[in-house]
Every structure is written in C-alpha cells, then in structure tokens.
Design a binder for this molecule. Structure first.
Ligand SMILES: [Zn+2]
Length: 373
C-alpha cells in the first residue's frame, strides 16, 4: 500500500468536490496545527481555543495547549451540554479583551461546543433558549475549527448539537457555521480505532439515508451519492491501523456529509436513534444509529442493513446492543413518542403519505426488535 502522500497531494490541490453551497472556507493542508496558527496570525484574529482534552498527550497539538486562551473539553465524558455553553460564554464575557474568534479543535462534540459558544456569546439568553430552527440570533464571534476526526461533517455545517435539560437538539443558524475549517487528515492518526470506525459509520448512514430521501435537495443527493461511495470504500477496509490514504478519503467523505446535510435529510435510522439517545445519554450517536439500522432490515433491504453487518464484521466489531447501554422494554413507550415526533425524517423516507405507514405500532415494533437484539 502507498504511504498516502500522493493522495494527500491530490486532496490539497483538488477543486471543490462538493456541489452544495457551504458557508465555510475549507483550508486543506498537511500541517494542520501550523496552518491554523499561521492563518489566525495573518488575519489578525484574537482566538480562544476549545480543545478536546484527549489530545493533550499528543505531541503535534502541543503548540495549541501552550497558548494562554485554552479551555480543555472532556469530550469523551459527555456530549456538549447547554450548561457547558453557558459557563464558557460567561467566562468569555468576563474577559477584559473579548476574543473575536472561537476555535474548536477535536471531533464533532468539541467543534459543536465551539460553534455554540461562538454564536451564544452575542445573544442574551441561555443556550437552551436557542435550541431549534429559525430563531432570531445575532452573529457572534467568528468560528474556526480544526477537526481531528474525519466523518462528522461538523466542520462545515451550520448546526451545533447540544444536550439540554429538556431535549437534545441543535442550534440551527447560519451564524453557527464555521467561517474557516482547517482540514488535515493526518490529525486523526491518534484517534482510537473505535472512534475512527464509528464516525465513518455515521457518515455512511447520513449519505445512505440522504440518497434514499424523497425530500432532499438535488445538490445534497448528488453530494451524498459521491460521499456514499467514499464512506463504503473506507469501511470496506480494516481500520485497525491508521492509514493516510484512508484518512484522506474519510476527510473528503466528511466534507460531503456536512455539505449534503444542508439541503439533505436523513431518514428512519436517525429517527429511531433519537429515541435511543434520549433514553441513554452515554450512548454515542453513531452507535445509536448503528443499532437502529440493525433493527430496520426490512426497511433498508437494498444495502443499508447488509453493508452495516459487513462493515462491523470486517472490523471485528461486535454488533452493538441497546441492552449494553441500559435500554430495555420499559423505555419503549417513551422512545416511540420521541421517534414519532421526528416527522420530517419519516416524511424524508416514506414521502408525504408517511402517516399511512408509520404509526405508534410501526415504531413500537422496531423498538421491540431493538431491545431483543
Ligand atoms: Zn448521524
């Protein structure tokens, strides 16, 4: 196998490979940390860094941890919560010199936290009040991101997913989109196999569900068809050992995952996964969608289910079970209510007539399979 340097060269010089118009400048580089710091300096930004604490021991990230303005986020312990956003916003507002740029460094959770802090700093209410769509918000600090895991798409989406006291829901606003994403596929070299595998699984589900969607924009579907090919090629290999060529493909699939989510809509597996996540805060989103897909064999019988089984096998991953995350029969009613509320996702898969197929019984049956798998 090649050392990936050719793939890296192509990645840096390739014209934009996505069709959807995105709000983010995607800067491709093979020196992520150095390029990020250079660009911040050249543009005269005053940055505040939110960095995934798991990166602390990795030598390549040392220049970031040596900065004064750093908050270490323990992304492995929890998804970002609205309370985390409120605390960081208060911290920033108390500074004599308010930073003009919030930089998120890490996986989807760290980037989402930075995105939420970036916008909320300019808005008076607590973060919880801004979870939703179409809310009137002011533009806050400029948001920059440096992804260290490829596949979330968070580097280009105008969404910051937060867990609040009431619900897990994103702040969806154009001012939440990163202004700049510095993308270097080498940065995922230190991420555990579990994270690299499941992040790409979610990338695969996004692309697959959007290609089957009846309500997604044409550009989004075009991006997802391309991204689906890339995600499948990554997941058809063993990810046990980090490999640069695979990381480059993952980074490209990730950009497409972000761009396609702007005009695209996922479907049934995601609707089902939200019920699961609600019942088990410790269950990672990507694992929740995998469990959901495994319970939807009859709905996704044209590749989605079979590929999921195959990808788990190739990577020696046991099929995840809801029971391992404390989910049992007693949660079915609550999960059914949550999933049924995701109307746009059901409509995305089944079309305008979705209610003739999807009802309480239909969803309940899926969850019955989930808890007995
Ligand atoms: Zn997802």
């Amino acid at each position: 196998m090649s050392d990936g340097s050719e793939a890296m060269k192509n990645f840096i010089s390739a014209p934009a490979w996505w069709s959807t118009k995105i709000l983010t400048e995607v800067a491709r580089t093979d020196d992520g940390v150095g390029s990020l710091l250079n660009m911040l300096r050249e543009r005269g930004r005053r940055p505040f860094f939110i960095i995934d604490g798991a990166l602390e021991g990795q030598l390549g990230f040392k220049p970031l941890f040596e900065r004064d303005e750093v908050f270490m986020f323990r992304a492995s312990e929890s998804e970002p919560r609205t309370g985390d956003v409120d605390r960081l916003v208060a911290l920033l507002r108390n500074k004599r010199d308010l930073p003009d740029t919030v930089v998120g460094v890490g996986g989807g959770s760290s980037m989402d936290l930075a995105k939420a802090v970036g916008i909320c700093v300019a808005n008076p209410k607590q973060a919880e009040a801004y979870q939703g769509y179409g809310l009137d918000m002011k533009k806050g600090s400029e948001i920059w991101v440096l992804p260290t895991l490829n596949g979330t798409g968070a580097e280009v989406t105008p969404i910051a997913v937060l867990r609040g006291p009431e619900k897990k829901l994103g702040i969806n606003n154009n001012f939440t989109a990163p202004a700049v994403a510095v993308v270097d596929p080498r940065l995922s070299a230190g991420a555990p196999k579990f994270n690299r595998f499941y992040t790409m699984m979610d990338c695969f589900f996004h692309h697959y569900e959007i290609t089957k969607s009846r309500t997604s924009a044409n550009d989004a579907v075009r991006d997802s068809i391309k991204g689906l090919d890339m995600a499948k090629s990554v997941l058809s290999r063993s990810l046990a050992v980090y490999d640069l060529e695979t990381a480059v493909t993952s980074a490209m699939a990730s950009t497409l995952g972000g761009s396609s989510s702007i005009g695209g809509r996922v479907g049934v597996s995601h609707a089902i996964s939200y019920g699961l996540s609600n019942s088990s805060p410790k269950l990672p989103h990507s694992v929740a969608v995998t469990i959901s897909m495994l319970a939807c064999r009859d709905i996704y019988d044209d590749g989605g289910y079979d590929d999921t089984v195959k990808f788990l096998e190739i990577n020696g991953m046991p099929a995840p079970r809801a029971a391992d995350y404390g989910i049992d029969e007693s949660h079915i009613t609550k999960m059914t209510t949550i999933a049924l509320g995701m109307e746009k996702l059901w409509q995305s898969h089944f079309g305008d007539d979705w209610q003739s197929i999807v009802n309480d019984r239909f969803v309940r049956d899926i969850y019955k399979r989930v808890v007995t798998m």
